[in-house]
Structures are given as structure tokens and as C-alpha cells.
Design a protein around this ligand. Structure first.
Ligand code: SF4
Length: 371
């Protein structure tokens, strides 16, 4: 089956030629898909006969339009965050989150169904990795969210009033474990003739697969990189993230330093604050020493990195509790006073299970869902 969001223009042209149609239909169909069209009926510049023909091809299983179906959606009480559960054609489910910021719409997409990395604070890894998502399945999450926004506001598909300005690849899955498909997805969404999301507005978040960090710097130098660090030393990090046993901090940090040198870009460290696990003053001091060792600038600050502190959303299955606000502020204050740029991420959507993988788990365990 040809997923039209997986295919490039040439492949779609071949499909149209094979069914006896003109090649230029490919550009028309692609343009509709990137605007959020969900079926051929909406592609009004195609003749009715052709639309019926294409519907028939979908029924026969020759083509699909993205390969995802919306199963559930939850909206936070302040409407800033919406979380979607999408079903894939093979029965797996993935999560996508829309965050509405003052500066525009940001979408957090999943790159795999499940994950094999085993981070203890993460619900996405419970059940392991099911499979990699294709570039089209990742793109379809963005176009489905764009469509949702347009529908909600009553805008037509061709309206330019609303767009997706930022994308973070931080949902279910480890993006560098599915690098080729993620790279292709980034090419699709950044194409100026499509969704036109700026490369500098796209962020890939990794748990720290060291050999892939070098490849990322080479092949996607303009895309932002975030590293899930979550601890200043191996003793704590290995208890939270099994990947640390393979690529410990003394291997990970030089790779991050190389990334900064190669790209000239600032690197972000994600640090989820878990009560009494990684949020003490001692650990803040350890983090300052670590980051200054690798990212100290002439003025004495660690200006080439940024620490994003995330108050952990409680995940019942892991028993970990998030740090309280006062602890998070103390931790953040220690870092910034020492010249390590740090901010506390705005808590968005805790009331809708915004932490990675929680909606998907709820779907699998209906007793736990509040949908
Ligand atoms: S935090 Fe990311 S890498 Fe770790 S288990 Fe969850 S999805 Fe996988």
C-alpha cells in the first residue's frame, strides 16, 4: 500500500500515471494533504470521477492518506494543551500533543509505537517497542492536528490563518532509534511548498544514543537537539535510564560538546525533577560542575547549553513523584546563579495525562482512563 504522506512527489506521479491520470495530479493531492485534507471528497479541484476512482483505490488498499485514525482527544481545563490518541493501520496506538503558546502552535509527535529504551519515569516504554513509525505516519500527526485547529475555528482547508509553527519530536519513541524515517519526516514538514516549518523550529529529543548524535550533527545541523539528562551522575542516571549503562555520562557529554562545536548551536538538557531522586541541592551543584566542565565559555557561564527543568507528571505505574514547585524553583535558582541557563517548563496539561505514554496506557487499561 502506498501511504501518500510517505511518498515523495515522484512516487505519487508514478501512481497517477499507472492509473492513467496526468502527473500534475500528484502536486494537487499533496497540497491538499499538507493543508489537512482527510479524504478525496475535500479535494475540490479534482474531478468527481477522479475522486470516486481514488476512493476506490483506498478501499482496495492500494493507497492510504496518512495511515492514522483519531481514537480519542482530551483537552486541558485551560485549553492550552490537547492530547490526541491516534490508531495505526496495524492496531497500534500513538499519542500526539498540541500546545498553544503565545508565539503559536507547537505539536509534539511520536516517532515509534512504544519504545525500547526503558526509562523508569516514562509510561511509553511499558510494553516495549512495537515498531518504527513511517515518515508519513509522523507527518500525518501534524496534518491531523492542523486540521483539528482549522475545524475548531471554522477555517477552510485553504485558510492560512492557522499554522503549525513548531514541532518537537518528543512523544512516544526514541527518534534517533528511527533516524532515517525521522529525517525524512523533517524534510517533508520543512519543505517550503508544504507545511513550511522552519528547521530551527524543530527539536529532536534523545535519551542519548551517542553514535547517532554525531550523525544528527552532520545531517540535520539546523535542527535543535535536546538530551534527556535527568541526573548529574551515573549512579542516579543509570537507575532512571538504562541507556546510561551503555553510554554513560563521560561518553555522552563529549558527544554533546562535539555537537555544539560542529554546529555552533546551543544544546538543551531536559531534566525531569523527581522528588528525592534527582532534585537535591547537592545534585544541582553536581549538574553545575558537569555542565561547566563541558560548556564553559570565556565569561565563565555555561552559555552554550540550557537546562529545561520539567516537574515530572506522576505516572502510577512507576511510583515516581514530581518535585514540588518550591524545590523546582530552588534547583533552578542554584543553576542560574552559577551561570548555567535554566528555566522551569510551564506545566501544561497535567490534568489530561500529558506525560508521554499515559493516554496510550489508559486506552489499553480502560479502568484507568478518564476519557
Ligand atoms: S523517555 Fe523517551 S526514550 Fe525514554 S522510554 Fe520514554 S519514549 Fe523512550
Amino acid at each position: 500500500m502506498l501511504n501518500l504522506l510517505d511518498a515523495d512527489k515522484k512516487e505519487i506521479e508514478c501512481f497517477f500515471e499507472a492509473i492513467g491520470e496526468k502527473k500534475f495530479r500528484a502536486a494537487q493531492v499533496q497540497s491538499w494533504l499538507y493543508r489537512g485534507a482527510m479524504n478525496f471528497e475535500e479535494m475540490t479541484d479534482l474531478s468527481k470521477t477522479l475522486r470516486r476512482r481514488l476512493d476506490e483505490e483506498v478501499r482496495k488498499g492500494t493507497i492510504s492518506l496518512g495511515g492514522i485514525t483519531r481514537l480519542a482527544a482530551l483537552s486541558s481545563s485551560d485549553k492550552s494543551t490537547e492530547k490526541f490518541l491516534f490508531g495505526l493501520s496495524d492496531g497500534n496506538a500513538i499519542e500526539t500533543v498540541l500546545m498553544r503558546y503565545k508565539y503559536g502552535n507547537s505539536v509534539c509527535v511520536s516517532s515509534q509505537a512504544g519504545c525500547r529504551m526503558g526509562c523508569v519515569f516514562c509510561a511509553s516504554t511499558i510494553g516495549g517497542l512495537k515498531r518504527n513509525l513511517t515518515p508519513g505516519e509522523i507527518t500525518a500527526q501534524v496534518t491531523a492536528v492542523l486540521r483539528h485547529i482549522k475545524d475548531e475555528k471554522g477555517y477552510s482547508l485553504s485558510s492560512k490563518e492557522e499554522r503549525i509553527g513548531h514541532i518537537v519530536i518528543m512523544g512516544t519513541g526514541e527518534p534517533l532509534d528511527n533516524f532515517d524515517n525521522v529525517k525524512r519526516f523533517i524534510e517533508i514538514v520543512s519543505d517550503p511548498h508544504g507545511l513550511a516549518v522552519g528547521l530551527r523550529n524543530i527539536t529532536v529529543s534523545t535519551c542519548g544514543i551517542v553514535p547517532m548524535i554525531g550523525r544528527f550533527a552532520e545531517e540535520l545541523p539546523q535542527v535543535n537537539l535536546a538530551i534527556s539528562l535527568h541526573a548529574p551522575n551515573n549512579a542516579v542516571r543509570s537507575t532512571l535510564m538504562p541507556i546510561n549503562r551503555k553510554y554513560p555520562i563521560e561518553v555522552l557529554m563529549p558527544a554533546c560538546e562535539d555537537y555544539v562545536k560542529k554546529t555552533g548551536r546551543r544544546i538543551t538538557f531536559e531534566y525531569a525533577l523527581a522528588a528525592d531522586r534527582n532534585d537535591t541541592e547537592q545534585q544541582a551543584e553536581g549538574l553545575i560542575r558537569l555542565l561547566k566542565r563541558y560548556f564553559r565559555e570565556k565569561n565563565g557561564t555555561a552559555g552554550l547549553c540550557h537546562v529545561n527543568l520539567i516537574p515530572l507528571n506522576k505516572v502510577e505505574e512507576t511510583g515516581l513523584e514530581g518535585s514540588d514547585r518550591r524545590k523546582a524553583e530552588t534547583f533552578c535558582g542554584l543553576l542560574t546563579a552559577a551561570g548555567v541557563p535554566a528555566t522551569i517548563r510551564r506545566e501544561m496539561g497535567a490534568d489530561i495525562h500529558a506525560a508521554c505514554g499515559q493516554l496510550r496506557l489508559s486506552e489499553n487499561n480502560p479502568d484507568k482512563t478518564n476519557i
